[in-house]
Design a protein around this ligand. Structure first.
Ligand SMILES: NC(=O)c1ccc[n+]([C@@H]2O[C@H](COP(=O)([O-])OP(=O)(O)OC[C@H]3O[C@@H](n4cnc5c(N)ncnc54)[C@H](OP(=O)(O)O)[C@@H]3O)[C@@H](O)[C@H]2O)c1
Length: 338
């Protein structure tokens, strides 16, 4: 490809072809420090020009703010974009700072209506269960989600941070198009069970935080010192103190490979995730998050990098050496239940 455009991949068996790299929009409203609305808007437009069509948000990102922010962009390009959003992290009215995981039918019905309204769309292209509420059988949750498909409110279904068993049970109720889970050079737990199950069932993998929340780019070394006080990464075990120091040293082989390709460490981290599609024989559509047009150019260019067997071998030991878990409470992830 010579025009800078990215390739495509299928979103679920028989699903639409979308750009092989999506865009994570969370940081445009939430989690990663100060935002610039104009730069974010320019990033969305530049991504589309480069062939990015899958745009990822959630009702929880900024308590609805991220969906509202994206609505004008989606309206301007409705036929060109695939809108993905999520439900499950409810805000209890008595304490808006807390999040309670809910997968029950009344909650899902309320959530989908609210997302449709904020996004200002007639239908959500891909609707994910963001987190699993273990008090509700997954069959029941997906049963409700399937009703939304039949009612024309949602086109395809996705699940985030589910175990292989949960994915199989869900898929038995209604085809699941995509599983969204953390997958990067630093976070590889899903390779043991979730990835093989997805391959077997024809489910597309959508890796989130493929840049290790930015750490793999080398743009910050210790969240406490380098990031603003409201940055969510300061609460994550890997990015502060002795863990951050130890983990920063793990970037050396990534830098070595980057030099050989005249690329950045972030591009190598993304190229590695893209290459998992071939290595595991399933569609993989990572959704790196950025709020800067030049970075979306850099990130999409990584789809054209192919790592050699020797380079893959050099990068292979990194994940096992990472200090600190990916969340404070691993019950928040599939690995915590697998
Ligand atoms: N399902 C879930 O539970 C879940 C959890 C987390 C995230 N997500 C989704 O996944 C998306 C991506 O994950 P993420 O944002 O957590 O992590 P990520 O994509 O691994 O990293 C994003 C961070 O990297 C920085 N960055 C991006 N490109 C860069 C580049 N070329 N050079 C230097 N820095 C760069 C971004 O800063 P700038 O924005 O300033 O460029 C941002 O701070 C999110 O937007 C969200 O949609 C889902």
């Amino acid at each position: 490809m010579t025009n800078g455009m990215i390739g495509t991949a299928a979103l679920g068996e028989g699903g639409p072809e979308v750009g092989v790299q999506g865009l994570g929009c969370m940081g445009m409203s939430f989690a990663y420090g100060p935002t610039d609305a104009n730069a974010s808007r320019a990033t969305l437009e530049r991504a589309l020009e480069l062939g990015v069509t899958l745009y990822d948000t959630a009702d929880a990102y900024g308590a609805g703010e991220n969906e509202r922010f994206l609505a004008p962009f989606f309206k301007a390009h409705r036929d060109e974009v695939v809108v993905a959003t999520k439900f499950a992290l409810s805000i209890p009215p008595e304490d808006p700072t807390r999040r309670v995981i809910r997968n029950d039918a009344p909650y899902i019905r309320e959530a989908v209506e609210a997302s449709l309204k904020r996004l200002d769309v007639d239908v959500i292209d891909l609707y994910y269960m963001h987190r699993r509420d273990v008090n509700v059988p997954i069959e029941e949750t997906v049963g409700t989600m399937a009703e939304l498909v039949r009612e024309g409110k949602v086109k395809q279904l996705g699940l985030s941070e589910v175990t292989a068993g949960e994915l199989r049970a869900a898929h038995g109720v209604h085809p699941i198009a995509a599983v969204q889970s953390e997958w990067s050079l630093f976070s590889r737990d899903i390779e043991a069970k979730v990835v093989p199950a997805a391959r077997e069932l024809g489910v597309t993998l959508v890796p989130y935080s493929p840049l290790g929340r930015g750490f793999l780019t080398g743009s910050f070394a210790d969240a406490d010192q380098d990031l603003t006080a409201d940055d969510f990464r300061r609460q994550m075990p890997r990015f502060t103190g002795a863990n951050a120091t130890a983990n920063a040293a793990l970037l050396d082989p990534i830098r070595t490979v980057a030099e050989a390709h005249d690329a950045t460490p972030g591009q190598i981290a993304l190229a590695w995730v893209h290459q998992q599609a071939e290595l595991h024989n399933l569609p993989v559509i990572p959704i790196p998050g950025t709020r800067k047009p030049t970075r979306v150019e850099e990130n999409t260019a990584a789809t054209h990098i192919t790592l050699t067997q020797e380079e893959l071998a050099l990068l292979e030991p990194i994940a096992k050496k990472v200090a600190g878990t990916r969340y404070k409470d691993m019950a928040f992830t599939s690995a915590g239940r697998e």
